[in-house]
Unconditional design. Structure first.
Length: 306
């Protein structure tokens, strides 16, 4: 395991881990034991969000977008030791496992991949390809121009993370194939260990990663004292079966759902309502009704006196 990168994931809060009885609520109405925002490896949440905002602001102005993006990642590489370590790790892995001479271009997908793919391409001395969500492909080389033909070029795709590789299959791979390019390798900073690598192999793409969020990772955090045994057990169970483990947690601790349904936070309450309405964990209707009733009773209680 890449210990330096593991530490950086935690320092930048790219990875946040929940306490055993306080799981995170996701937008899908599901719950889970961690949040992963791998693009925070750019340096921090604030820096990552600032770069995302710039990309959004300049989206219609390709020249300004390309120039600003390149300037931002080059400056960050020069000034942020953590980001520099990430980029250098990408470059070393690519040179060792693939061979720089075999790579004819480096691509990244809109938007978070660009944080890392642009600078990795720069350090490898390769053409920079920016793939849009609309399957456009731009080449960034002093100026920016749209690419219509790649003439069989072997491309390395650098991404912040891979889960089930749906973006690769849906967008990045077809965008390159339509231009007669070959997406030969995928180098993901973080692999969530949820089948993405197998999907990539099935599509003829050789996968690599800097770190995998999985059993070995959780065990190392427990051994270092960062995780309690209970938290590590929750993470291991989630890795083995996300749906089954969280269903079991809700059944064992219904107050998790009850608190969320009664929460004054509209966003949290909405996610809990989505879980109930769609019954995403296939929970018994009587269980869901009891949680709603308990939440309603809790909401009617007057606040405790100070």
């Amino acid at each position: 395991m890449n210990a330096e990168l593991a530490n950086l994931l935690l320092q930048t809060k790219a990875l946040e881990i929940a306490a055993p009885e306080q799981p995170f609520w996701y937008t899908s109405g599901t719950i889970g034991p961690f949040y992963l925002n791998a693009h925070y490896l750019y340096g921090s949440r604030a820096k990552a969000e600032a770069l995302l905002a710039f990309i959004d602001q300049q989206h219609a102005n390709r020249q300004a977008l390309a120039a600003g993006l390149l300037a931002a990642v080059e400056e960050n590489y020069a000034t942020d030791a953590g980001y520099r370590m990430v980029i250098d790790s990408i470059v070393r892995l690519a040179e060792r496992e693939i061979g720089a001479a075999r790579i004819e271009a480096v691509a990244g997908g809109e938007r978070r991949d660009w944080f890392f793919s642009v600078m990795a391409a720069r350090q490898l001395g390769k053409p920079i390809l920016l793939i849009g969500k609309d399957k456009t492909v731009l080449r960034l080389d002093g100026k920016v121009e749209e690419v219509s033909e790649l003439q069989g070029a072997a491309v390395l795709h650098v991404a912040d993370l891979v889960t089930e590789a749906s973006s690769y299959v849906r967008t990045w791979l077809p965008a390159l194939q339509q231009r007669h390019g070959k997406l030969a390798w995928a180098l993901n900073l973080v692999d969530r260990g949820q089948g993405g690598a197998d999907v990539l192999r099935a599509h003829g793409i050789q996968p690599f990663h800097l770190i995998e969020i999985g059993p070995a990772f959780f065990e190392s955090l427990q051994q270092s004292g960062y995780l309690t045994a209970a938290t590590a057990a929750m993470l291991q169970a989630y890795h083995r079966g996300p749906r089954e483990s969280m269903k079991r947690l809700l059944q064992d601790k219904p107050e998790i759902l009850q608190r969320a349904l009664a929460s004054p936070d509209a966003k949290l309450r909405g996610r809990a309502e989505l879980l109930v309405e769609q019954n995403v964990y296939d929970l018994p209707p009587a269980f869901l009704a009891a949680c709603r009733a308990a939440a309603g009773a809790s909401a009617l209680q007057p606040p405790a006196e100070a």
